[in-house]
Write a protein that binds this ligand. Structure first.
Ligand SMILES: Nc1ncnc2c1ncn2[C@@H]1O[C@H](COP(=O)(O)OP(=O)(O)O)[C@@H](O)[C@H]1O
Ligand SMILES: [Mg+2]
Length: 255
């Protein structure tokens, strides 16, 4: 097994405020990790430090075995930030946005090769937007736009995929499409770190849950253990609602 991410004693300070403290996190190749925690607990900050966007103020981190401050293999990593409004006012077709995800693979100033076009086509198919390829991004729903951003990242064929709340403000059809896409990527061997508000449609293929609380890791283990650990963390799974009411009825006398 090879280690994709290793953070030891990681800390991040923003302004004068320590936001993350003593983060020990190891992610092996092929792991699918959900990052959970209340709003403001530091999930986005952790993800931004993993992707090299924020420097650590304490501790150390390695990506693919290389210290993060000298890491230079960025095409191996794909990052979908917490939802932004890329589409607003920017005239671009779905294909153009997704093709931007291939830039790191392109030779300077040369036209797209067949491999680039195939990667774009495959990524659009993965997120279920093949029929929208020539549409303007601004005409799509919020959920479809999120899928375009995910396709852009997939087109770069990253080994480590980091997504920050891909479901936020996304309709249920798109949520399921995103979950299906990530499940296929995971099966194909990708390593995934995904910030989620709740496991929802992702539950079936999440191996491990890491919960942040006030900038520290308060839980790291099986998703099944979270409810016991902290009932305040949202981690609804697709369990049968009938099972939930079974307990209170136990022992009741039936007529
Ligand atoms: N640029 C910043 N400067 C100062 N504080 C920040 C900045 N960004 C985020 N924070 C603070 O860091 C904490 C963690 O934020 P964040 O990582 O966005 O949490 P989450 O993603 O879990 O909601 C919050 O208290 C937030 O207010
Ligand atoms: Mg966040």
């Amino acid at each position: 097994m090879s280690t994709v991410l290793e953070m030891r004693g990681g800390g991040v300070t923003l302004g004068d405020r320590p936001i993350l403290r003593a983060i020990d996190l190891t992610v092996e190749a092929g792991d699918v990790v959900a990052l959970l925690g209340a709003n403001g607990s530091g999930k986005s900050t952790l993800v931004r430090s993993i992707t090299g966007l924020l420097p650590l103020s304490a501790g150390s981190a390695r990506l693919f075995g290389q210290p993060i401050d000298s890491f230079n293999q960025w095409p191996r990593l794909g990052y979908v930030p917490q939802r932004s409004t890329i589409a607003q006012g920017v005239p671009a077709t779905v294909t153009e946005v997704v093709a931007a995800g291939r830039l790191a693979h392109r030779r300077a100033f040369l036209p797209a090769r067949a491999a680039d076009r195939a990667a774009v086509r495959d990524a659009l198919e993965a997120v279920g937007l093949t029929d929208r390829a020539q549409h303007q991004v601004s005409t799509l729903s919020g959920g479809q736009q999120q899928r375009v951003l995910i396709a852009r990242t997939l087109a770069g064929a990253p080994e480590l995929l980091v997504l920050d709340e891909p479901n936020a403000g996304v309709d249920l059809v798109s949520q399921q499409a995103i979950a299906d896409t990530l499940e296929r990527s995971a099966r194909a061997g990708a390593t995934i770190i995904v910030v989620l508000h709740e496991l929802g449609a992702f539950a079936p293929f999440i191996d491990r849950a890491v919960v942040l609380r006030e900038g520290r890791i308060s839980y790291d283990g099986s998703p099944d253990g979270i409810r016991m650990h902290d009932p305040h963390v949202h981690c609804e799974t697709n369990e049968d609602p009938a099972l939930r009411v079974a307990a209170p009825l136990t022992g009741m006398e039936l007529p």
